[in-house]
Design a protein around this ligand. Structure first.
Ligand code: ADP
Ligand code: TRP
Length: 324
């Protein structure tokens, strides 16, 4: 069976880059797999978030965001990592076969060390917990951004090692990098990222979004000078939110000469057209945490049926199952 799984870390404001680069493609992908799982990696967030109120809010922000953007919790499994205790047992068992050298080589860990960040054991063993998230559900494919590819490869290495030691018990997963997804530029032209403080929040109110769009960096070409739409970040973003007809018409306006201020106003408008109905849905969902929790708990219940079956196999394989 083709099984895809995506973990989403509740680590801060969701922005346009996350929406276009991760959420939209991930939701479209559900069509291609017999089973797809989406979970909020709230326990992973604990490696960096130490403010309980903030973490709580970010978990529910994220759940409401994915549902508002079209994730169907009946056709997928949507749950919180923290609701699946089997993940943590499997993480321990995988940790017991994980060579320390493998974790020493993890890019994310090495980058945190190089940046002089405080390193807790959670950051170090992050890839083992991630391997458990994946392997527990017999996942075959893990769609990820490039920065997470190595972590999925570590999961595959651990599943293969387990199978060499204990027989063919686990399904080794493969990472899948979507090459079609473009990197969305931020206000300063660099990759939009919360670490660069250059983001347009997905759920910004129209006036705030417009103000941010007006801040996008542009060159000093005068308004009447013809402009190359392909070379313009404002046009790139416009096209991603507009219909093909709107994009074609805008391309002509660039060629004829459009002032950057007008180009930005048009971008803010087309973003609002597309996002206003989603934001209304988001606000309604976000206002009812109990309902969100119920949706996530239902997903967790279904996910645990699979998790328990995997753990029965794993326990038997390593020799800790109870006698029949
Ligand atoms: P950030 O860089 O803001 O911290 P994350 O690392 O949390 O964002 O990214 C979450 C998801 O969104 C990842 O799948 C990542 O590939 C995607 N993503 C983030 N920023 C962009 C961007 N500017 N363009 C395209 N995709 C992005
Ligand atoms: N590490 C991922 C990130 O930072 C989140 C994540 C946790 C994940 N467990 C996962 C992603 C399992 C895919 C599969 O974005």
């Amino acid at each position: 069976m083709k099984v895809s799984l995506t973990g989403i870390k509740p680590s801060g404001t969701v922005h346009i880059g996350n929406y276009l680069g991760a959420i939209v493609p991930a939701i479209e992908m559900t069509q291609r797999y017999e089973r797809s799982l989406y979970f909020i990696a709230d326990e992973h967030a604990l490696t960096t978030v130490e403010d309980p109120a903030k973490l709580h809010a970010q978990i529910f922000d994220l759940a409401a965001t994915w549902l508002a953007c079209g994730l169907d919790p009946r056709r997928t499994l949507f749950y919180r990592q923290s609701s699946i205790p089997e993940v943590f047992e499997l993480a321990w068992i995988l940790g017991c076969i994980a060579p320390k050298g493998l974790l020493d080589r993890a890019h994310a860990y090495k980058a945190a060390v190089a940046a002089g960040e405080p390193i807790n054991v959670g950051i170090y063993t992050y890839p083992v917990l991630m391997a458990a998230d994946i392997i527990l559900f017999d996942t075959t494919v893990v769609p990820v951004g490039r920065d997470q590819k190595q972590h999925v490869e570590i999961a595959r290495d651990l599943a293969e090692k387990f199978n060499r030691l204990y027989g063919r018990v686990l399904v080794p997963p493969e990472p899948e990098i979507n090459e079609e997804v473009m990197t969305i530029p931020g206000l300063d032209g660099r990759k939009m990222s919360k670490s660069y403080d250059n983001v347009i929040p997905l759920w910004a109110q129209p006036a705030e979004r417009r103000k941010l769009v007006m801040r996008i960096k542009t060159n000093s070409q005068p308004p009447e000078e013809p402009k190359d739409p392909e070379g313009s970040e404002i046009f790139q973003l416009y096209r991603l939110f507009a219909s093909p007809e709107q994009a074609a018409a805008m391309s002509c306006r660039y060629a004829a000469g459009i002032g950057w201020a007008d180009a930005k106003v048009a971008l803010a408008e087309v973003m609002e057209e597309r996002l206003a109905p989603l934001r209304a849905r988001y606000e309604a969902l976000r206002a009812d945490e109990t309902a969100l929790e119920r949706t996530l708990a239902e997903g967790a219940g279904r996910a645990r049926t699979i998790a328990c079956a995997t753990m029965a196999r794993v326990r038997a394989a390593v020799g800790i199952a109870s006698p029949a």
